[in-house]
Design a protein around this ligand. Structure first.
Ligand code: HEM
Ligand code: HEM
Length: 183
């Protein structure tokens, strides 16, 4: 008798607290890293650039660490995540994850290949190479890091635009499930 009333639990209708915290924390850190990149692009060698640019690489490394935590958490809790709103949102989110991984990894490879020491947060992340530079790593970084970085900025603007489009269309639950305890 009891079995008759048992139902399979539906996927959660909101993101859990860890996912929400990591999403908004990373969104803030992304705003910061893009401030450093825009200043570098538009006003290279200006006082503003000299002030912000030293934070670019350590912030990129921090984003990679946060991404690894976020992706691991998602994987462990994949059965509890809310379903995608539609096909485009799952493609868009997938693309954001791929870029969140590729951009800092390519940046770090370029750093390694340059042979220069890399310090961040008071730690020696890379000691620097004694011998030759690794040219393919430098080329990979030179050819793709910035381009992929700007591509992701366009995707982020599209992502935020899509969220607000849903809200205007009378679907505020899309925004709420990344904010509140109840969607
Ligand atoms: C998700 C993290 C990251 C994002 C979104 C990002 C984004 C960007 C963008 C948009 C630019 C272009 C700036 C310009 O054209 O002046 C750039 C440049 C650069 N980034 Fe990153 N970056 C990230 C992580 C890293 C990491 C981890 C490193 C190295 C440890 C790094 C090293 C560099 C360097 C050296 C440049 C200058 C390239 C050049 O002037 O040719 N970035 N980054
Ligand atoms: C500050 C502006 C942002 C707003 C208003 C925003 C809003 C949202 C909302 C409402 C959702 C839930 C959508 C759904 O339920 O399908 C979401 C999910 C998501 N957002 Fe954002 N977002 C912002 C910035 C970012 C940034 C900078 C990134 C990454 C570069 C990002 C990556 C994602 C991803 C991957 C998801 C899917 C859920 C997850 O795996 O965490 N968002 N965002």
């Amino acid at each position: 008798m009891k079995k008759m009333f048992e139902t399979t639990p539906l996927p959660s209708d909101r993101y859990d607290a860890v996912s929400r915290t990591l999403h908004w924390l990373m969104a803030l850190v992304f705003i910061w890293i893009y401030c450093t990149a825009v200043a570098h692009y538009l006003a290279s060698d200006s006082t503003l650039d000299k002030l912000l640019w030293p934070y670019h690489k350590p912030t990129g490394l921090l984003l990679l660490v946060l991404l690894i935590l976020r992706a691991s958490w998602n994987l462990l809790h994949r059965h509890k995540r809310p379903p995608s709103v539609n096909r485009w949102s799952s493609i868009g989110h997938g693309a954001l994850y791929v870029l969140m991984l590729l951009i800092p990894v390519i940046g770090l490879l370029r750093q390694y290949g340059s042979g220069r020491e890399f310090l961040a947060f008071g730690l020696t992340i890379m000691e620097g190479l004694e011998g030759e530079k690794v040219q393919w790593m430098i080329d990979l970084g030179r050819d793709f890091h910035s381009e992929l970085g700007w591509t992701m900025l366009v995707l982020i603007v599209g992502h935020v635009g899509a969220v607000f489009m849903h809200s205007r269309r009378g679907e505020p639950q899309v925004l709420r499930r990344m904010f509140s305890r109840r969607a």
